[in-house]
Design a binder for this molecule. Structure first.
Ligand SMILES: Nc1nc2c(ncn2[C@@H]2O[C@H](COP(=O)(O)OP(=O)(O)O)[C@@H](O)[C@H]2O)c(=O)[nH]1
Ligand SMILES: [Mg+2]
Ligand SMILES: [Zn+2]
Length: 292
């Protein structure tokens, strides 16, 4: 049988398959290979039949190849990364947003940008988000406290394993509750309380409600600076990647080289200045770290 791991606790993995949850153990081979099954893993498992005393339903035989996986929090297969910023409280940082976006792109996730707390926003700030990000990613404006924007986000997340990432206080838990709200989790563990509030989540869990699948991920409040070759960076800025091959030098870093198509595009307003600034800041940081 095939299914997806909702969570792992105390050596048991709770696998959702065709609307039912099975408590499974993992074959010893995974430990030998140094592989830990993670919430979000797609697995093949077999049911244990005819045991005298069954304290579990099945055994995980295979873990399907992962799209991506993360250590902190420990989850696999984040298909959609919703990056949440608040319009205020806390004030957004475009540089931070772009760093989150690069991490998402690098992980091969589909990126969605969500601006919450629109009720507290200066209209000019929302306009700035709209101008910069509308051409690049799906952009959702929300007031999670009032449920505004919920339908738009729901439409984007249908059928895709999604995580909410962003600084603390921006409303990730409020949004998760809104999307999953009122539904009884298949594991019986979801409650508004477990998603909200102070109690830090000790394990990662994938919550399923109808056709939504959302990781409870208090850990996605900061990404570590991705360790990568600085030359890779521009490939995670789609508007720069689109200009690939147009610079004078094939290995142009789009920093100070002559006849750089990216800098040309910035000066003509085809690539946003704030995005380019984020690129420069990240590039410089990556290059400096390489020198040690
Ligand atoms: N004004 C306003 N407050 C919100 C909104 N969404 C969430 N909040 C509040 O912002 C605070 C932080 O929300 P929370 O979901 O815990 O943020 P998290 O740290 O990202 O999980 C809470 O007091 C929420 O009630 C919103 O759309 N507007
Ligand atoms: Mg939270
Ligand atoms: Zn260039």
């Amino acid at each position: 049988m095939r299914g997806v791991i909702l969570k792992g606790i105390g050596g048991f993995y709770y696998v959702l398959s065709e609307g039912r949850v099975y408590a499974c153990k993992a074959r010893g081979i995974f430990r030998k290979l140094g592989m830990t099954p993670l919430a979000g893993d797609k697995v093949v498992f077999s049911l244990e039949e005819g045991q005298v005393r069954q304290d579990f339903d099945g055994t995980i035989d295979e873990i399907e190849e992962r799209l991506n996986c993360f250590d902190r929090p420990p989850v696999a297969n984040v298909e959609t990364m919703v990056i949440v910023m608040a319009a205020r409280d806390p004030l957004p940082s475009f540089g931070l947003l772009d760093r989150f976006i690069v991490s998402s792109e690098r992980a091969g996730a589909r990126t969605v940008v969500c601006v919450n707390k629109t009720d507290l926003a200066e209209p000019a700030l929302l306009e700035r988000f709209r101008r910069i990000y509308t051409p690049l990613y799906p952009l959702v404006f929300m007031n999670a406290e009032r449920g505004e924007g919920e339908a738009a986000l729901r439409d984007l997340l249908r059928g895709s394993q999604a995580a909410l990432a962003g600084p603390s206080g921006v409303g990730k838990s409020t949004i998760a509750n809104l999307l999953l709200g009122g539904s009884v989790s298949l594991t019986g563990a979801v409650s508004a309380k477990s998603l909200r509030g102070r109690n830090t989540t000790r394990h990662s869990e994938l919550f399923v409600s109808g056709d939504l699948m959302i990781f409870d991920t208090p850990g996605f409040t900061s990404f570590e600076e991705p360790e990568m070759d600085p030359a890779e960076l521009s490939s995670y800025f789609p508007e720069m990647a689109a200009l690939k091959g147009r610079c004078r030098f094939d290995d142009c870093a789009h920093m100070d080289e002559p006849d750089c198509a990216v800098r040309q595009a910035v000066s003509e307003g085809r690539v946003d200045r704030s995005r380019y600034r984020s690129y420069r800041d990240m590039y410089t940081a990556l290059r400096e770290r390489r020198q040690y």
